[in-house]
Design a protein around this ligand. Structure first.
Ligand SMILES: Nc1ncnc2c1ncn2[C@@H]1O[C@H](COP(=O)(O)OP(=O)(O)OP(=O)(O)O)[C@@H](O)[C@H]1O
Ligand SMILES: [Mg+2]
Length: 357
């Protein structure tokens, strides 16, 4: 793998123009005769070269739909996409299929949660990896095979030449995930979106994959969007974190700030529900009460209010008809909450998945 950038260079990279700018992105699934589902509701974020951001939140909060919208992979029918997605300044919302297909693979790539469903089961791993190299890097067959074997080797797949001739079902879950990452590395994309890439894997493989992603970001200056509900992954990998709830970003902070001083009661609840290195043994974890299904529409107040222990009457009444705004909450921080948690610092960070930086 290429040499990692020094911390100084990475800081400089992080100061560069963003690779990805998402502004007021909204996605609504519509069905005839039904109100439809507002899966993503005015989401804005950006990612610079060499930077890793985390999109965090419970199941159903809109993480995957956000990433599919960025990649232009949502179905054409029954979906309304609004707002703006710019890749190196180029608008992708409303862009044609040809343009998007050209960008995918070469400039932006995605690692999906379920590698089996994103690899073609009837085609060998070798053909699938070399196809990317032939299409996007114009390599001939022999060059592409050499490079594909090298890529599999780089992602830690043993005996890569033999594996190139195998079908996805012949590989273990961890290997399939690595094969997908190899395909996304093939073109050193400007933007990589990794949607829960390690959820189905055991912790050793998980740590290896996170390390691989970290090397990609540091070595190639790729902008990485890491989608996860695992705060350990966030602690190990992300520079900045956006916490989502019911289709909206409810809190944004630098990783360390978020763990040291969660401000939104939902973020506080997420942190209290996972083991932390500084939690004394035997301390019970506190789950957030209720489930994501209890969310109310944002137009009726704060969607989290029915589950919130810090909520007050005005979370539901005074804001009726308006949406609780996302507001500045100190340097690098934004918050959508009328009654945030006190600012007393909480020491430590949760147990990381993979080595912390
Ligand atoms: N094709 C679809 N048609 C209708 N609704 C959909 C569709 N895809 C997703 N949704 C809805 O959009 C919302 C957000 O889904 P999304 O898959 O983005 O959640 P997520 O945050 O990725 O959750 P998870 O952690 O389980 O992967 C959910 O309410 C989901 O039911
Ligand atoms: Mg998802």
């Amino acid at each position: 793998m290429s040499t990692a950038f020094s911390a100084g260079i990475r800081t400089a990279l992080a100061g560069q123009a963003p690779v990805l700018e998402v502004e007021e992105l909204s996605v609504r699934f519509t069905r005839r005769g039904e109100a439809g589902t507002q899966a993503v509701d005015g989401v804005s974020f950006s990612v610079a070269p060499g930077e890793t951001i985390g999109l965090v939140g419970e199941s159903g909060c809109g993480k995957s739909v956000t990433s599919l919208a960025v990649m232009g992979l949502l179905p054409g029918r029954g979906v309304q996409v609004g707002g703006s997605v710019r890749l190196d300044g180029q608008e992708l919302v409303g862009a044609g299929d040809r343009t998007l297909r050209k960008l995918r693979g070469a400039d932006m790539a995605m690692v999906f949660q379920d590698p089996l469903s994103s690899l073609n089961p009837t085609v060998t791993i070798g053909v699938q990896v070399t196809e990317v190299l032939r299409q996007h890097r114009g390599m001939n067959g022999k060059e592409a095979t050499e490079e594909a074997a090298d890529l599999l080797d780089r992602v830690g797949i043993p005996d890569p030449r033999r594996r190139l001739g195998e079908y996805p079902h012949q590989l273990s879950g961890g290997m399939r995930q690595r094969a997908l990452i190899a395909m996304s590395l093939a073109c050193s994309p400007r933007l990589l979106i990794a949607d829960e890439p390690t959820t189905a894997l055991d912790v050793t493989i998980q740590a290896q994959i996170l390390e691989l992603l970290r090397e990609l970001v540091q070595g190639s200056g790729t902008a990485l969007v890491m989608i996860t509900h695992d705060l350990g992954v966030v602690a190990g990998l992300c520079d900045r974190v956006h916490v989502m709830y019911a289709g909206k970003i409810i809190e944004t902070a630098e990783r360390r700030d978020l763990f040291a001083r969660p401000r939104h009661p939902y973020t506080g609840g997420l942190l209290a529900s996972v083991p932390r290195l500084d939690t004394p043994r035997g301390t019970a974890l506190t789950p957030i009460r209720g489930s994501a299904r209890d969310a109310i529409p944002w137009a009726q107040g704060c969607a989290f209010a029915p589950r919130c222990d810090s909520g007050q009457d005005d979370c539901l009444t005074e804001v009726a008809g308006t949406t609780v705004p996302l507001e500045d909450d100190g340097p690098g921080r934004e918050l959508r909450c009328r009654h945030p948690l006190a600012t007393a610092p909480v020491a430590g960070s949760p147990t990381t998945s993979g080595a912390d930086r």
